[in-house]
Structures are given as structure tokens and as C-alpha cells.
Design a protein around this ligand. Structure first.
Ligand SMILES: NC(=O)c1ccc[n+]([C@@H]2O[C@H](COP(=O)([O-])OP(=O)(O)OC[C@H]3O[C@@H](n4cnc5c(N)ncnc54)[C@H](O)[C@@H]3O)[C@@H](O)[C@H]2O)c1
Length: 341
């Protein structure tokens, strides 16, 4: 049995801890967080040990694999320590908010032959998998245009926004990864426009709440991403792919497909699944299961630090496009190409 330590006891760490608890190929040995109240409660609920120091958890001889689900600013240091201790890692996105620091860290991790899977959970969502399989099976011919709609149900707390790194590194980063995955080619051009339509105060932290981004690959394939931090009808997550021989479309998820018809409404449905912890719960579980299965079967991880760098690079280019109000030519190989596994 692979013995796993989860670093963090916050929102996403709670999800990964439950995935580890349910996985039959591993043992959830401990959860670590200096936030004593949170880690004690979670560890008790999942019948494992609570540890109050991240490094102590990584150092322990009875730990085989590490999940980093802490605040973003700790990812790089914890990842480096884990790979130096020869422990494989599943690390939450983003690698770091600073692109230069991310590249340096990845180079060092590679010099230690570190094994790291980056947590882009949407690749493990059943809708994304169905889209990718349909494209690979040539069911809609050549991909021409991808439209990704990703809108949050409401603004996150101000404290979160201040440390999030901004909409592109925090929110769109998932869509950048999904775009690369579905297009099957690296973007060479990006144009982004962004506004503050929900909260003007975001200007004080140089952030935006509403943005549209167009990506183009060398062969001319396009992806249009639209994000907003507030959609009053709920968490809106849809993808459309136009191909030379057809169209693929995914819909929002609800607790059931029930439709209600009454004297004042027809075809009314239950609200959308609320936010990422509900909508993507199965994908987080699958992501964790794949991490463990890759380790048990000595397979390559399907998502890498290279993917993490590429998505972060697109986020940096998107901000540059907003600030210059111009399309940015993206180096298709990325400044991180030499780091590709
Ligand atoms: N893959 C995804 O879909 C996804 C979703 C959310 C977050 N993330 C990433 O996961 C990482 C962690 O994000 P999160 O949203 O889980 O962070 P979080 O704010 O819930 O937790 C982060 C840390 O904050 C502290 N903390 C949390 N709640 C606290 C409380 N009530 N009192 C005192 N301390 C508390 C804990 O030390 C915890 O480890 C980030 O890097 C983020 O980018 C990824």
C-alpha cells in the first residue's frame, strides 16, 4: 500500500484527503497543516494522523507520496523538498504565481529527477474526456474552433482575491490547460480583453472580473475562452468544439435531469451544481486515482510540470495583451520547451 501524506487542510486539501481515504491502492497516513483546528478535525474525520509541520510530514520514513494542496506560495519549496527526499508529488495549480520562479524550480526538480504530476483536474472530468475521445476517434473531423465558457457563481472573498494572482493565473489557468488539451496544438497568438464589471475595487489589486481571450494555433485553430467571476444563475461550465465534420457540446450539470412544467413555467430545472467542489468532485477523485495508479504501475503522469508552465505562460501573455491592448505572439514552444519531459 502506498502511504500518502496530504499537505494542507483547506478547501482543496479536504477533497484530496477524501479521495485518498477512498482509494483502495493507498493508505491516507496523515494530513499536515499548521492550522491546528482544521487539520485536527479533518484527520479525525478520515481516521488518520494530524501533523502540524509540512516538512516533518515530508521527511517521515513511513510516507511514500505527497499531495501539495497548500496555499500557492508554498508549492515550490514543498515540491523541491519532496523531490529531494525522493518522494513523488501531486501538486495543485499553479506551480507558483511568478513565472521565472516556476521555471527555476522546474529546472531544479528535473535535476533531481523529481516525479511531479500537476493537478489540472478538468482533464479528468467526464465531459472533457468524452470530448477528447471523440476528437481522437475522428468523430467530428478536424478541430476548427473551441469555445470554453467558465463563469463562477459569485465573487470569492477579498482576502482570497488578494493572493490569487489575478483572474488569468487563478481561474483562466484551468481553461488554458483545457484549450491546449483539446486543440492538441500549442497557441501561437493570444488576444485578451478584461473589465471590472462586478467589482471596481479590483483595480486596487490590478485584477479583473470579466474577460474574453482568443487563442490561435500555428495551423489556425482557434479557442475562445470567456470567464466571469459572477454568474447569478450559478457555476457555468460548458465547452463547444466545432470540427470539419460536426460539433461537440457539453452542458452544465445539475443534481438530476428532472424538468418541471407548471402553470407559470415550462421546462424549469433544478439549479446548477454549485461551484467547483460540487461540479468537479468526480474529476478530483479520478485525478487522485490516476496519480496513485501511475505510481503503482510505474507509468508516466498524464499531466506534467511542463503543462503547468505552459498554462502559466499563457496567463502571463494574457495579462500582457490586456495591458498593451494588442495581440501577443506566443512562442509556441514556450520559454519552457527545453524542460518538456
Ligand atoms: N484544482 C482546483 O480546482 C483548485 C481549486 C481551488 C484551489 N486550488 C489550489 O489549491 C491551493 C489551495 O487552495 P484552497 O482554496 O484549498 O485554499 P484554502 O485557503 O482553503 O487553504 C489554504 C491554507 O489556508 C489555511 N486555512 C484555510 N482555512 C483556514 C481557516 N479557516 N483558518 C485558518 N487557516 C486556514 C490552511 O493552512 C490551508 O492549508 C491553491 O494553490 C489553489 O490555487 C485548486
Amino acid at each position: 500500500m502506498l502511504k500518502v501524506a496530504i499537505l494542507g487542510a483547506g478547501r482543496i486539501a479536504q477533497i484530496h484527503s477524501k479521495s485518498a481515504f477512498l482509494n483502495t491502492q493507498c493508505e491516507l497516513k496523515l494530513i499536515a497543516d499548521p492550522w491546528k483546528e482544521g487539520v485536527d478535525k479533518l484527520a479525525k474525520e478520515l481516521n488518520c494522523e494530524a501533523v502540524y509541520d509540512y516538512y516533518e510530514a515530508i521527511n517521515r520514513d513511513d510516507i511514500d507520496a505527497i499531495v501539495i494542496a497548500t496555499a500557492t506560495d508554498l508549492h515550490v519549496d514543498l515540491m523541491l523538498h519532496a523531490v529531494k527526499c525522493k518522494k513523488p508529488v501531486l501538486c495543485e495549480k499553479p506551480i507558483d504565481l511568478d513565472f521565472g520562479r516556476s521555471i527555476t524550480a522546474v529546472q531544479e526538480i528535473q535535476s533531481h529527477n523529481g516525479k511531479v504530476m500537476l493537478a489540472f483536474n478538468r482533464r479528468f472530468d467526464e465531459d472533457t474526456i468524452a470530448i477528447k475521445n471523440a476528437i481522437l476517434n475522428n468523430e467530428i473531423g478536424e478541430v476548427r474552433q473551441v469555445i470554453i465558457t467558465s463563469r463562477d457563481p459569485g465573487m470569492q472573498p477579498v482576502e482570497y482575491m488578494k493572493t490569487s494572482g489575478g483572474i488569468f493565473k487563478d481561474m483562466t489557468i484551468h481553461d488554458f490547460d483545457t484549450a491546449r488539451h483539446i486543440l492538441g496544438e500549442e497557441p501561437v497568438e493570444i488576444f485578451a480583453t478584461a473589465s471590472r464589471l462586478v467589482d471596481e475595487e479590483l483595480e486596487t489589486i490590478n485584477d479583473y472580473d470579466t474577460c474574453s481571450i482568443t487563442l490561435k494555433t500555428k495551423s489556425g485553430k482557434q479557442c475562445i475562452i470567456n470567464n466571469c467571476r459572477e454568474a447569478v444563475y450559478g457555476y457555468d461550465q460548458r465547452i463547444e468544439v466545432l470540427g470539419s465534420q460536426g460539433l461537440l457540446k457539453t452542458q452544465n450539470h445539475r443534481p438530476s435531469t428532472l424538468k418541471k412544467y407548471t402553470h407559470d413555467f415550462t421546462s424549469s430545472q433544478q439549479p446548477l451544481l454549485n461551484f467547483f467542489l460540487e461540479r468537479y468532485v468526480d474529476s478530483y477523485r479520478k485525478e487522485f486515482d490516476v496519480f496513485v495508479a501511475c505510481l503503482v504501475d510505474s507509468q508516466e503522469f498524464p499531466t506534467s510540470l511542463f503543462d503547468g508552465l505552459q498554462a502559466l505562460y499563457l496567463a502571463v501573455c494574457a495579462m500582457e495583451s490586456v495591458e498593451s491592448n494588442q495581440a501577443i505572439i506566443v512562442n509556441p514552444e514556450g520559454p519552457s520547451k527545453s524542460l518538456a519531459a
